[in-house]
Design a protein around this ligand. Sequence first.
Ligand code: ZN
Length: 200
Amino acid sequence: MKTILVPAGHGRAFRIGKGGRFRIITPKGQQSADFFAFCADDISEGLSPHHTWMPTRSLHPRPGDAFLSRKRRPMVDFIEDGADGVHDLIIAPCDPIRYEQFGVPGHRSCVGNLEEAMAALGHAVPQFPLAVNFFTTTTVEKGFMFSTPKTPVAKPGGYVLLEARMDLICAVSSCPYDLEGPGWAINAPGGPTEIVVELL
Ligand SMILES: [Zn+2]
C-alpha cells in the first residue's frame, strides 16, 4: 500500500490502473476533498458530476454508483462509504476567479491545487475541470441548496473506498476555502486540514 499525504489546503495527483482501489480519508473530519479524475489515454475526458447523477437520480453519491466521464463512460466505482453519505455533486470546485470575487486574489483554490498537482506529473489541466466533493455537506430542500453547521458533517476518520474502471490520472485537493459566509460551513471552523489517500 502506498500512502499519499495531501497537506491542508493543497493537492496531490496520482496514477492508478484499471481495477486499482484507493481510499480517500479525512483524518480530522469536516474537510472537503475535491476529487478529480482524467482518462489516462485522453486527459481531455474528465470526471463529470453532472453526467454522474443523471442515471442515479441522486445528488449525493452512494455505494454502487459509478462516477462517469463527460462522455458518460464509467471511470470510478463507489465501493464503500465510511462518511455517512456526506458528499456533494453540485458545487463547482473553487478557483482563482472565485477568490478574486471574494476580494482575496491569490488565495489558494482547488483548481489551482489541481494544476500544481498535475504539473508535478507532467500534465496540463483541461479548461474548467469538475470535481466530486467528498466530505462536503450540502442539502437541497424545495430546490434550495444550503450548507450550515446544522447539516451533517464528515466525522474524523471518514473515508470513501473507490475502484478505477479504467487507467486514470486522479487528483485530490484539500479544499482551502476558509472564508466566512452567512449560512455556509463547508470546512471545519478551524480551517482546512489534511487529506490522506491510500493506494491499496
Ligand atoms: Zn475548494
